[in-house]
Design a binder for this molecule. Sequence first.
Ligand SMILES: CC(=O)N[C@H]1[C@@H](OP(=O)(O)OP(=O)(O)OC[C@H]2O[C@@H](n3ccc(=O)[nH]c3=O)[C@H](O)[C@@H]2O)O[C@H](CO)[C@H](O)[C@@H]1O
Ligand SMILES: [Mn+2]
Length: 323
Amino acid sequence: NDVIPESHKFHLMASDQLLYEQPSILRGRSDVVTVTPWLAPVVWEGTFDPRLLDSVYRLENITVTATVFAVGKYVMFLKSFLETAERHFFVGFKVHIYVFTDRADEVPRVRMAAGRQVTREERKRGDARRSVPPPKPTLTVRSVAGSERWQEISARRMELIQSLLEELPPAPRGYVFCLDVDSRFHGRWGSESLGALVAVTHPGYYRDPRSRFPYERRPASRAYLAPGQGDFYYCGGAFGGLLQEVHQLAKTCRHNFEADTQDGIEAAWQEESHLNRYMWINKPTKVLSPEYLWQDFKPQTPEVHIIRFSGVVKNYAEIRPNA
Ligand SMILES: CC(=O)N[C@H]1[C@@H](OP(=O)(O)OP(=O)(O)OC[C@H]2O[C@@H](n3ccc(=O)[nH]c3=O)[C@H](O)[C@@H]2O)O[C@H](CO)[C@H](O)[C@@H]1O
Ligand SMILES: [Mn+2]
């Protein structure tokens, strides 16, 4: 006599067929903090069971949208970004990637990895609701204007993300991640990263006191954070969450960035500064550890057991339209 709630909108529901390692509330990662002071999980390798989470979210029929911008010479990063996304990003789920570029004819054709197909074994043990294998990830290319300033290209992403999300059909189980293109996946990035509002701690600052975070420090900017404010330094290169939440974020950051421009001020790190201000007020419901955005030039640290996504080393002078 199973208890079948009318709706499981507000809690996770698992199949009783799935057996996994017994969880412990005594043992776990003790070298890192795995929960914020507002009780949001901080996702590190070893804090979650990927099979359990995948099975939970497969019952939910979720869709994952990703946005990536490749304007000007940054189109050169698309091939490896897309190829590695195929191998590691939400494998087994409905994934839709939107590429924004001013060089549509240079977007590489990327072959879909076999790992995308649901295996026969998975189909056998899955329930009826998922007897149909999820479709292969799809890719949509959108044309955007180029620019003479990289700062503008980077910041304008908020505006384009906002309008994309206004066009997408509303989906209560729809998630979106907004990612830098000059990066590659090296390991799993999957359902463990899902949350209403998701931020990634910047790999360059997660060991630093907040006084050293490169927040916008001029009170005239709408991205201003005063000394003593700010939780973590989050990166502009990866954030996400539910469609409605990310829409709110993009709309707010765009509005504040443009209002600043009217006042003749550009935040220290453009939309990243505004994102940090936003996340100070609107606490993320899930924080991803720097495993989710590393930098290739940075030696791996002991607490980082796996690098999932990492920025490639690039020659700024060569690829950016301005220095
Ligand atoms: C890892 C990380 O958190 N990176 C952030 C950081 O610098 P980054 O040095 O990582 O910035 P970046 O040069 O990668 O630019 C950000 C993104 O804008 C796009 N782009 C940029 C220039 C260009 O000519 N063409 C183009 O397509 C592209 O998707 C790129 O990945 O600070 C920026 C502030 O503005 C952004 O917040 C970046 O997300
Ligand atoms: Mn980047």
